[in-house]
Ligand binder design. Structure first.
Ligand code: SF4
Ligand code: SF4
Length: 349
């Protein structure tokens, strides 16, 4: 079974322990952070293991790429600490099990991954996708399984991910454009952290969109919009991708407004907190985030992850803001209508 490549020497030299001192859900001073973190990495009991909301952010806070969050999840699993009720975890384990059933389109060497999210069947069409819109994989056999980071089950990721990667390779795919941020994060962060080889090129759909917009440059009309950007949990595993948000926005004339809860201080959709830490924390985080979006002066809220969309889009719309997925925002810039279900929601605002 693949094991986490973790370097304890890096932690011994780390003075400020930002993996814990920057955490937005654990209040801790520097000296206690050092003590508690050493308990975690040495396999001892630490309150951190129960207090962690699984927001993924410490992966971004660690300046050494030492994977503190994966270490926390490994330790939670070893000690039987479940961040969500057992029936929920069991339901996910069973529902996402590879069972030999999947959907593929007219596959080429370059393909789109829908992960296990039907949203992309609505989103990924039109000029931005015209060369590969039918070259698609979808279903459990191609599901990245990263969600199990929320459920203290790295063993399941370690067991299933090599099988999933082999399934993708068997389709003859050489380049996989990941429409779900979490899939790209799996191939670019989780797999190397556990020494799992990825034999194809994984491309984040932001990079793909930027390339397509540059090719379609003559059709791009600046949108002149001010937006709040909603970072999802898995962006914390791949902060190197964040610049594509700004690159896309500058290409289509969109301003990413400065607000309290973006960049390193971003708040995730918090829906997963509802099951583990309870509804009060989830409601509080969502309220602070929505208040901040409104105060920033944004007209639109741009989503990356469909799970964030499912948790927050209605609430964003109820506050008088317009929720839009990044793909639809790019479609607007080239004069294409956004996906019908999203346009309907916007019309109802
Ligand atoms: S995991 Fe990273 S941030 Fe945390 S103590 Fe180790 S090196 Fe520092
Ligand atoms: S995952 Fe989030 S809540 Fe857990 S320790 Fe890291 S930053 Fe804190």
């Amino acid at each position: 079974m693949p094991q986490l490549q973790f370097d304890k020497d890096k932690c011994a030299k780390c003075k400020s322990v930002p993996c814990l001192t920057k955490c937005q859900y654990i209040s801790i001073d520097n000296a206690s952070a050092k003590t508690e973190w050493h308990k975690v990495i040495n396999g001892e009991n630490s309150f951190v293991l129960k207090a962690c909301t699984t927001c993924y952010a410490c992966e971004e806070y660690c300046p050494s790429g030492n994977h503190p969050f994966y270490m926390i999840v490994d330790r939670q699993e070893e000690k039987g600490i479940l961040p969500a009720p057992r029936p929920i975890v069991t339901m996910w384990v069973n529902q996402c099990q590879p069972v030999g059933k999947f959907m593929v389109g007219l596959l080429q060497e370059k393909a789109l991954s829908y992960c296990l999210l039907p949203h992309f069947n609505t989103l990924a069409h039109g000029k931005l996708f015209e060369d590969i819109e039918y070259s698609v994989i979808f279903g459990q056999e191609f599901f990245c399984n990263a969600v199990f980071l929320h459920y203290a089950r790295t063993s399941l990721i370690r067991e299933r991910l090599p099988v999933i990667i082999e399934n993708i390779k068997k389709q003859g795919i050489k380049e996989l454009v990941c429409l779900h941020d979490e899939c790209y994060a799996t191939y670019a962060s989780i797999a190397p952290a556990y020494g799992i080889e990825v034999p194809f090129k994984a491309v984040h759909y932001f990079e793909y969109l930027l390339e397509r917009l540059n090719k379609l440059k003559s059709q791009v009309k600046p949108l002149n919009l001010k937006v709040a950007y909603q970072r999802n949990c898995s962006t914390r595993l791949i902060p190197q991708v964040d610049h594509f948000v700004d690159d896309i926005f500058s290409t289509i004339g969109v301003q990413r407004l400065n607000r309290q809860y973006d960049k390193q201080k971003a708040l995730c959709c918090a829906e997963v907190f509802r099951m583990g830490m309870g509804p009060d924390l989830a409601d509080d985080v969502q309220k602070r985030n929505l208040d901040d979006m409104l105060e920033s002066g944004a007209e639109y809220v741009v989503f990356n992850c469909p799970a964030c969309w499912d948790s927050l889009a209605d609430k964003v719309a109820a506050r008088g803001l317009k929720p839009i997925h990044m793909i639809d925002l790019c479609k607007l810039a080239i004069g294409e209508a956004q996906s019908l279900q999203l346009a309907k929601m916007e019309a109802e605002v």
